[in-house]
Design a protein around this ligand. Sequence first.
Ligand code: SF4
Ligand code: MG
Length: 312
Amino acid sequence: INVTKHFKVTSGLLGLQSGLVRAVDGVSLHVNKGETLGLVGESGCGKSTLAKCIMGLTPVTSGEVLFANKALATWEEKALRSKIQMIFQDPYSSLNPRQRIGSIIREGLDIHTIGTKEDRQEKVNGLLQLVGLMPEHGQRYPHEFSGGQRQRVAVARTLALDPQLIVCDEPVSALDVSVQAQVLGLLKDLQTQFGLTYVFISHDLSVVSHISDQVAVMYLGRIMEIGPSKALFDSPKHPYTQALLSAVLLPDPTKQSHRIPLSGDLPSPMDPPTGCPFHPRCPHAFDKCKNGRPELVAGESGTNVACWLHNA
Ligand code: SF4
Ligand code: MG
């Protein structure tokens, strides 16, 4: 039995008005079944493009995306594709305002005419309870719910399709902190109960640290550092990871380091810097960083790091 899901995106190109942008560049990731891979970075770093590559929504120009060891490009089979689902930041925009919650959740089941009508309604009631709502809620409309409840509805709709892998793109970023914790707790419980695998995308490191087994830090379409969540948060090795971490309040205040300011803006992905893409903003940059691009190598804390300081 193969318990590993691999997906590998060697390069994804995104078409924009003014040309082609290499949005995801040489990224190779895998996530174990039943675990969570966190993808962190500033907006524009290629996280969402990577998610779209995984979902098959963006063509991958070279390389391939593998799921359950099958190349996604070859699986026209709806069965396999439906095993990968996505949850978005703003469920409101993806929930039809004129449709009752129950019918929104039931839609996927209706389309595939799974079971009898009664079976499907029963399944919807069960799903509503699973995500902490009540069967009566099925009669209501999206606007009657809070942001957190709408995200629960979106989760129930996703679960109706029996997914194995769920790509969560900033799923709690629009919610208040206390509600964030509840939705994260729900996602974790469901993961344990159903053996779900998550790719969890966020710009918020503290959110990612709570839910992820492995974390990848992205910058301008490349992975800067990747490894077990604990190693990455306890002992970040890449200057970019260190800067991101220094800007958030960690659960353990004794680990709080002084803030490392990130100078300058995120460079345009149209015109990425030569050498290490982080060099114009890196406090440790030296000559070599301007020309040579560091590859990911194993660092001493258990993460892989793309930085010349760790790649002698
Ligand atoms: Fe900084 Fe150089 Fe490391 Fe890039 S390679 S992160 S510029 S020290
Ligand atoms: Mg995004």
